[in-house]
Design a protein. Structure first.
Length: 167
């Protein structure tokens, strides 16, 4: 009986493929499908997972054709397998560029601040020397004469030293 079913099935498939593109499901094929389903239920979960993995994965072809290269099939198969590595490399490269740019900006800021510090030191030194020059006794007397101030003048007597006894 099983041989008859297999022969009938083969004959139906040959006739259907040769004569018409449409196939009608017969009762015998329906019974075979239920037998296949019961056989699949008896498979272990691991075998089911292996079967699904092998059906879903399309390995790159062994022969490398020019059409596949131009179409992007070969490149897409390589990229799909390494997508997390590519994402990691892009992330690290972006972080590297950002950190380098920030360091260059900081170096430019430091250089500008050092220049302004040197300028401020020179200005402070210049102001200090001008103040020292203006506070000399000869310059003060000259300025008093130029202003015509008659109340202040240079004393002709030497300064007095006052000694205080210690008790």
């Amino acid at each position: 009986m099983a041989k008859n079913k297999d022969q009938d099935k083969d004959d139906l498939q040959q006739n259907a493929s040769a004569d018409a593109p449409q196939q009608e499901t017969t009762a015998e094929e329906g019974q075979e499908q239920t037998a296949d389903d019961s056989q699949q239920e008896s498979l272990t979960t691991l075998e089911k997972m292996k079967r699904q993995a092998s059906e879903g994965d399309e390995a790159p072809t062994a022969s490398l054709r020019f059409k596949d290269i131009l179409g992007g099939d070969y490149l897409w198969a390589l990229v799909r397998n390494q997508i997390w590595l590519i994402m990691l490399v892009v992330l690290i490269t972006t972080a590297y560029i950002a950190v380098r740019y920030q360091c260059q900006q900081d170096a430019i800021d430091i250089s500008q601040l050092e220049k302004s510090l040197v300028d401020a030191k020179f200005q402070a030194l210049s102001s200090s020397s001008n103040l020292t020059r203006m506070c000399r006794q000869s310059n003060v007397v000259e300025m008093l004469k130029d202003n015509g101030d008659s109340l202040l003048h240079i004393s002709q007597q030497p300064p007095y030293i006052i000694e205080v006894p210690e008790n």
